[in-house]
Write a protein that binds this ligand. Structure first.
Ligand code: SF4
Ligand code: SF4
Length: 193
């Protein structure tokens, strides 16, 4: 997402090639080890950040670990102090790990309309896990045939998109302006439930 090749100009949404890679790995059950989660430190500095605004170490790790297929992040540290900052992730609160508000306020990168799987749309009155449904929807949309594993995972959800009562509460809470009700309809069309 933040590779130097991809941030020489203002961006809208995730780099499509990297998104395809994440989705391909998720569909095939291949774990990704992330390196350069801080873009060599640039993401931690307002002036150097490609997004025009810094994130914290914990927000960078929280974002990386919630991408599809990501199983681990390998962090380089130049000093004991840097290592300590990384290890604080283990005891960080959900609020400290939350990257959504920071990402939504980036001046140079917009994720408008793109689900970041942050979970801010919860709670849904009929208990649909919108972030997970949307993740499966995006995985299915990126394939000509829906992978059997994706379909099985979707069908094992306790609450399916077909239960959506279109109340719109989730959309009011989404920091990225995602058309969640439309996505629920698309999920029903694709998965049949
Ligand atoms: S619009 Fe649908 S998904 Fe969103 S909160 Fe209401 S019932 Fe849940
Ligand atoms: S729909 Fe919006 S709030 Fe919900 S997980 Fe996606 S980006 Fe986050």
């Amino acid at each position: 997402m933040f590779g130097k090749d991809s941030y020489s100009h203002d961006m809208k949404n995730i780099d499509p090639k990297k998104e395809q890679l994440y989705e391909l790995c998720q569909k095939n059950g291949i774990g990704i080890d992330v390196m350069k989660a801080f873009a060599g430190g640039d993401l931690l500095d307002d002036k150097l950040s490609p997004a025009g605004k810094a994130l914290t170490v914990i927000q960078c790790l929280g974002y990386a670990l919630t991408r599809p297929a990501v199983s681990s992040v390998m962090c380089g540290s130049k000093s004991i102090e840097e290592l300590r900052q990384v290890l604080k992730f283990e005891t960080a609160t959900d609020e400290e790990k939350d990257y959504a508000a920071a990402l939504a306020s980036f001046p140079k990168i917009s994720w408008t309309g793109h689900c970041m799987y942050c979970g801010h749309c919860a709670p849904c009155p009929v208990k649909i896990d919108v972030a997970t449904v949307t993740k499966f929807l995006n995985l299915a949309k990126s394939s000509e045939d829906i992978p059997e594993t994706v379909k099985q995972h979707y069908m094992s959800l306790e609450h399916k998109a077909s239960e959506c009562i279109k109340c719109g509460q989730c959309e009011k809470r989404c920091p990225f302006g995602v058309a969640i009700r439309q996505n629920m309809e698309k999920a029903v069309n694709i998965f049949g439930s």
